[in-house]
Design a binder for this molecule. Structure first.
Ligand SMILES: NC(=O)c1ccc[n+]([C@@H]2O[C@H](COP(=O)([O-])OP(=O)(O)OC[C@H]3O[C@@H](n4cnc5c(N)ncnc54)[C@H](OP(=O)(O)O)[C@@H]3O)[C@@H](O)[C@H]2O)c1
Length: 283
């Protein structure tokens, strides 16, 4: 497994395993057990996924030394602000059964995220978190945080797949030395991505699957990927991307698939802000 060195020197695996939309404890625990057995070391959960306990149980079961794992969770909007963030961090840690996190992310650029960030900077300095970052910070928000925070975010997890490639956002991340991480690397399996003609032709040429080509394309652009699956064969298939290389021509063909906008979520609208702020994870 290749790794990337974050701006603070921490090594982060280039591929991990995501568990969004797997709220059933047994299913999630089994999937994470399968993923760790297959060789994934980065696990990406969130307080808002309601499965931190299941992830924690799988980590315990795996028998893999804690230092060899890279565990990420995220702070939800409802828990934004200095005091709330500190409390929410401890709640997540307790649910995961861990005493430190590898990466803690602000889940959405909403509510008092500057207050959250100050709490995260403090936790980072005490060693409770090895790296801190954000999600869904579009260029202007990311630049603003980088310019004003004492410690700049090390990672920005955003939607990145062949239909929404975000070259401008990647440029801003490069400028501020923020590692890009792709959520929804398969566009959540929507829009016929697995039967797309261009991707299928490239996959056939390399004797790989479309899923493997998609993941390989993102890692070759320097983007960390965290595909989700609850099927063991797919979990294994998605990790088998380290024995081939896409050519410049393949990369150029895939670049043409970019629609230039997201068809999953548009963070710039009031409706999205209303929807996300309305999503409560506790009383
Ligand atoms: N920060 C954020 O705001 C944010 C937002 C969304 C997601 N995320 C993170 O990013 C992770 C990945 O994104 P995602 O879960 O939304 O979607 P995704 O990984 O793009 O796609 C998952 C979908 O693809 C299917 N799939 C997986 N591997 C496949 C394969 N080899 N062949 C065919 N189908 C396959 C899965 O089905 P099965 O499970 O049935 O196999 C599922 O329907 C999440 O789990 C989460 O950790 C973060």
């Amino acid at each position: 497994m290749e790794t990337t060195k974050l701006s603070n020197g921490v090594e982060m695996p280039m591929e991990g395993f995501g568990v969004f939309q797997v709220p059933e404890a047994e299913v999630c625990e089994q999937a994470v057990c399968d993923a760790i057995a297959a060789g994934y070391r980065l696990i990406d959960t969130a307080a808002a996924y309601f499965n931190e306990e299941a992830v924690g149980a799988a980590i315990k079961k795996s028998g893999v030394p804690r230092k060899d794992l890279f565990i990420t969770t995220k702070l939800w909007i409802q828990d934004a602000g200095y005091e709330n963030a500190k409390k929410a961090f401890q709640t997540s840690l307790d649910k995961l059964g861990l005493d430190y996190l590898d990466l803690y992310l602000i889940h959405q650029p909403m509510n008092d995220y500057y207050g959250s960030w100050r709490a995260m900077e403090e936790l980072y300095k005490t060693g409770k978190i090895r790296a801190i970052g954000v999600c869904n910070f579009y260029p202007e928000r990311l630049a603003d945080l980088c310019l004003n925070a004492e410690i700049a975010p090390m990672v920005n997890q955003v939607e990145l797949h062949p239909f929404f490639q975000q070259p401008g956002a990647l440029k801003t991340m490069e400028e501020f030395k923020v590692q890009p991480e792709a959520w929804g690397p398969f566009a959540e399996g929507k829009f016929g991505i697995f039967t797309n003609e261009t991707l299928s032709a490239i996959a056939a040429k390399h004797k790989k699957t479309v899923a493997q080509v998609i993941l390989r394309w993102n890692v070759q652009r320097g983007v960390v990927v965290i595909p989700k699956s609850v099927h063991k064969e797919r979990i294994e298939e998605n990790l088998n991307i380290w024995d081939f290389t896409l050519s410049d021509e393949d990369m150029a063909q895939i670049a043409k698939l970019d629609k230039g906008h997201s068809e999953i979520i548009d963070h710039s609208t009031a409706d999205t802000a209303k929807f996300l702020n309305g999503w409560k994870i506790h009383d």
